[in-house]
Design a protein around this ligand. Structure first.
Ligand SMILES: Nc1nc2c(ncn2[C@@H]2O[C@H](COP(=O)(O)OP(=O)(O)OP(=O)(O)O)[C@@H](O)[C@H]2O)c(=O)[nH]1
Ligand SMILES: [Mg+2]
Length: 682
């Protein structure tokens, strides 16, 4: 194996970071401090021979917890991740966890992916690394399908730790190989907490290739002494897989890495997908090493130069490039030892030389912290867009249902309910004089009424009362239907509306039980009015006038008045009718004072809603007293409140859908605050 880039004095590659970059990254903006070595302990040579097992973390600088510090006894270098940087990232993670981008706005899908990537970056990489800066370096082997990644990993440790094969893709589940000393660092959920740990030593079983295979959620841990302590390698699935979940998994694993070992082949190195993936690494400042695998001897020079040029042109000039010639596998099924010696040696030194290792770790860490700016900027814009859309959609609920309430108010107070069927029943009730029989106190009529009640005959006012209740029910249903249809229309007109409509419990239609509930509500209201009238008249027997109508009749009249336009009763020059139909004579010429009760009615004796109002008022006032208008108003108010509750229940379904999105623009300010805290702590 040869290394093309960043050659060291002995011809072996140095860590993938140029000295100038390293200096810049170690400056004030570096994520942790590397205290200058004391004069008494001169700087160690770049490569020291570490003990077989690194010593545990020891002396920490004051005010920094032990977990923040790594000390390597071989060179005395202490790495410190500031506790406030770690804390700021933890707080960021908390708020990022409650970020919701549920509305289907343009760009929301991209922002959702960005959000998922940020969560992964924090959980899988940033927080674990900040919590244990001295944890083993994690190198993830990624690249095109069939490039030979698994073969390479097996050949590095000279053992079949991961399955390689002719079927594409072969690797489905990630395998993490580490020195047994480092088991503790990977058995916990410290990194990649979303993955269950599997410790079986057997190679991954052969799995069928299913394009829509579910995402793998297990990480197989394989301890092996073939790797140096302080370094772990993950054999990842392919980045250009025909299995979508493989691709996602590969990218997630790469995002968790301190170092990408990017494997490509002489035949595939100019493919687009690997370069797209490498661009992500460049953008994120990730440490990268490139392995050009399976290079035919005759093309070695040409291909290697070409790939090195491509790497340089794409911002990866500092990435070490290892080349592996095409070779037949040895008797054990591994690549010849000399083919992988250079890569193996480089990785071992990375593991053992804390300075080299720290350069790799720091570079990726700085890159990840830098990338937070752009990620959070994009997410803030997306959250703000969601909040704006949420406000518009919420405002529609308020407007539509306020208008529905106004419609109910207008229906109850405009006198429109007194038309049509109600008007016809009124005519029957009033016009036949049935309502007035006994109004002058004739006991015989009262006896008739009582005996009718005893025989179970419906009160004469029953059809009028029923018609009014039916009208009220229809008013409620029509209003609710209009409101719900308008809601659907308003939300559909918004880009994010259809998605939100799908969240409405029970769908964007009037609830199936609405009509029954409306009828029940009106019936309950009627029962309440009935009780009110009964209490006011202290029983019909004690009040002859009341007896003439019966409690039912008076309740019907009060309901009619409650559904009237009461403004027609406003005091005005009285226009007393010259004559009235026979049936009403007893009332209008008898003991009832009509002159003071009448309003500006053109034809109070007619059947217009105004006339109905005036007559109902006169009759009721004669029986119940002068406060009958106030009484009607309060009866109406109780009905209005009940209908309001009914509509509110319909509205609630839309409110619930809107609330369920959990859009919260206050998080934008919180995210900015976390970013400032992170910058301040670096
Ligand atoms: N002769 C030879 N065969 C190789 C070499 N590298 C890989 N192969 C073969 O190529 C095929 C694919 O190798 P894998 O190691 O499974 O490739 P991979 O990149 O892990 O593939 P996925 O897991 O599907 O992404 C296997 O049949 C290997 O035996 C090599 O250097 N020489
Ligand atoms: Mg593989």
């Amino acid at each position: 194996m040869d290394a093309e880039a960043s050659q060291g004095p002995d011809g072996e590659p140095l860590p993938p970071l140029s000295p100038s970059t390293a200096a810049r990254r170690s400056g004030p903006g570096a994520p942790f401090r590397v205290p200058a070595p004391q004069p008494s302990s001169p700087a160690p040579p770049p490569r020291t021979v570490p003990p077989a097992v690194p010593p545990p973390a020891s002396t920490a600088p004051p005010a920094v917890s032990a977990s923040d510090v790594a000390a390597d006894a071989t060179d005395g270098v202490h790495l410190v991740a500031p506790a406030d940087l770690r804390r700021a990232c933890e707080l960021l993670r908390e708020d990022v966890g409650s970020l919701a981008l549920p509305l289907d706005l343009p760009g929301a899908e991209v922002a959702r992916r960005e959000l998922a990537a940020l969560v992964s970056q924090l959980d899988d990489y940033l927080l674990p690394r900040l919590r244990r800066i001295d944890a083993p370096l994690l190198a993830v082997v990624g690249g095109s399908t069939g490039a030979g990644k698994s073969t390479l990993v097996n050949s590095l440790v000279r053992r079949f730790v991961t399955r390689s094969g002719v079927l594409r893709p072969t690797t489905r589940s990630p395998v993490l190989i580490h020195h047994p000393y480092d088991s503790g660092a990977f058995l916990t959920q410290r990194i990649l907490p979303g993955f269950a740990r599997v410790t079986s030593e057997a190679p991954e079983p052969l799995q069928p290739i299913e394009v829509d295979a579910p995402r793998v959620t297990a990480l197989r841990l394989v301890p092996d002494e073939g790797l140096a302590p302080g370094l772990a390698i993950i054999d990842a699935p392919d980045i250009d897989s025909l299995v979508e979940t493989n691709r996602d998994l590969a990218l997630q694993l790469l995002a968790a890495a301190d170092l990408w070992i990017f494997v490509t082949t002489a035949a595939r190195y100019s493919d687009a997908v690997p370069w797209d993936t490498l661009k992500t690494a460049v953008d994120r400042g990730v440490s990268v090493a490139v392995v050009l695998d399976r290079v035919p001897a005759e093309a070695m020079g040409e291909v290697r130069v070409h790939l090195a040029t491509l790497l340089r042109d794409r911002g990866l000039s500092t990435a070490p490039l290892f080349t592996i010639p095409e070779s037949t596998k040895d008797a054990d099924g591994f690549l010849p030892e000399e083919a992988v010696r250079s890569l193996h040696g480089w990785l071992s030194r990375l593991a053992r030389d804390s300075r080299s290792r720290d350069v790799v770790v720091r570079r990726t860490l700085v890159g990840a912290l830098d990338s937070l700016h752009e990620r959070l900027r994009l997410l803030s814009v997306a959250v703000q867009d969601q909040a704006t859309a949420d406000q518009v959609l919420r405002a529609a609920i308020g407007e539509v249902f306020d208008s529905a309430s106004a419609q109910v108010d207008a229906g109850l107070s405009g006198g429109r309910l007194l038309q049509g069927d109600v008007q016809a029943r009124w005519q029957e009730y009033i016009g036949t004089g049935d309502a007035f029989r006994g109004f002058d106190g004739t006991v015989g009529r009262l006896r008739d009424r009582i005996s009718a009640a005893v025989r179970g005959r419906a009160a004469p006012s029953a059809p009028l009362s029923a018609a009014l209740r039916k009208g009220l029910g229809a008013l409620a249903v029509t209003t609710a239907q209009t409101a719900v249809e308008t809601m659907a229309h308003r939300w559909r007109a918004h880009t994010a509306g259809p998605g939100l409509l799908r969240r409405v419990p029970g769908g964007a239609q009037v609830s199936p039980t609405f009509e029954d509930r409306a009828a029940q509500l009106v019936a309950d209201w009627h029962a309440g009015v009935h009780d009110l009238v009964r209490d006011r008249t202290h029983g019909v027997r004690a009040n002859p006038r009341a007896a003439a109508f019966g409690v039912e009749g008076l309740a019907a009249l009060l309901e009619v008045l409650a559904c009237s336009d009461l403004s027609v009763l406003a005091p005005a020059p009285a226009t007393v009718p010259a004559s009235v139909p026979a049936g009403r004579g007893a009332l209008l010429t008898g003991p009832v004072d009509v002159a003071t009760a009448s309003g500006p009615v053109r034809d109070p004796a007619g059947s217009s809603s105004e006339a109905v109002t005036v007559v109902a008022h006169r009759l009721l006032r004669a029986v119940l007293g002068d406060d009958v208008v106030a009484l009607a108003a309060s009866v109406r108010e109780s009905l209005r409140a009940r209908l309001g509750d009914l509509l509110a229940a319909e509205r609630e379904r839309f409110d619930e859908a809107s609330r369920s999105t959990g859009v919260d623009d206050e998080l934008v300010a919180a995210l900015r605050g976390h970013l400032r805290a992170i910058e301040g702590a670096r």
